[in-house]
Design a protein around this ligand. Structure first.
Ligand code: GTP
Ligand code: MG
Length: 170
C-alpha cells in the first residue's frame, strides 16, 4: 500500500546554470531556450512513485541573482533535500559552489539534509569542468552527483529520483 510522504526540495546555484530549466523538464517535460531569470521564488509540486512509496515533492526554485532574491531563511526552512546546480561550460559557476554550501549551512538547522550536485548543460560542446572534478567535489562534501542536460533530458529524472530515494532511506 502506498504511503504518501511530502518532501520539501530546493534548487540552488548561480544565475543561468539552468535551475528553472531542470525543474520544468522534470515537472512538465518542457524546455525553453529563452527561459527567463527567476524573480523571487518559483514553486512546483510533483508526485513521484518510488519502490512502493508515493512522495509528494514540493520543489522550490530560487533566483540565482542576488537582487531578485527574497525571504532566504524561509526558503531553506524545513527542506529535506537540495539540488545544487552548476554549468559544466562555466568554470565560475563551479567555483561558486562553496559559497552556496556556506549559505545552505547558514540557513538550515538540520544536518541530515540530503544534497545532490548537478553539473548541467552537458549537451554543449564548450565544456570547462570535467566530470571528475564534479565527482571529486561531491565526494568531498558528501553529496550525490550527476551530470545532466535540461535540454536533452539526460540525467534529469535520475537526479530527482536518486535524491528522493536517499531521503526516504534516511
Ligand atoms: P536564474 O533563475 O537567474 O537563477 O537562472 P536559472 O539557473 O534558473 O537558469 P535557467 O533555467 O533560466 O537557464 C538559463 C539559460 O540556460 C536559458 O537560456 C536556458 O534555456 C539555458 N539552459 C538551461 N539548461 C540548459 C541545458 O541543459 N542545455 C543548454 N544548451 N541550455 C540550457
Ligand atoms: Mg531560474
Amino acid at each position: 500500500e502506498d504511503v504518501l510522504t511530502t518532501l520539501k526540495l530546493l534548487i540552488i546555484g548561480e544565475s543561468g546554470v539552468g535551475k528553472s530549466s531542470l525543474l520544468l523538464r522534470f515537472t512538465d517535460d518542457t524546455f525553453d531556450e529563452e527561459q527567463s531569470a527567476t524573480i523571487g521564488v518559483d514553486f512546483k509540486v510533483k508526485t513521484l512513485s518510488i519502490e512502493g512509496n508515493k512522495a509528494k515533492l514540493a520543489i522550490w526554485d530560487t533566483a540565482g541573482q542576488e537582487r531578485f532574491r527574497t525571504l532566504t531563511p524561509s526558503y531553506y526552512r524545513g527542506a529535506q533535500g537540495v539540488i545544487l546546480v552548476y554549468d559544466v561550460t562555466r568554470r565560475d559557476s563551479f567555483t561558486k559552489l562553496e559559497n552556496w554550501l556556506n549559505e545552505l549551512e547558514t540557513y538550515t538547522t538540520r544536518n541530515d539534509i540530503v544534497k545532490m550536485l548537478v553539473g548541467n548543460k552537458i549537451d554543449k560542446p564548450d565544456r570547462e569542468v570535467d566530470r571528475n572534478e564534479g565527482l571529486k567535489f561531491a565526494r568531498k562534501h558528501s553529496m550525490l552527483f550527476i551530470e545532466a542536460s535540461a535540454k536533452t533530458k539526460d540525467g534529469v529524472q535520475c537526479a530527482f529520483e536518486e535524491l528522493v530515494e536517499k531521503i526516504l532511506q534516511t
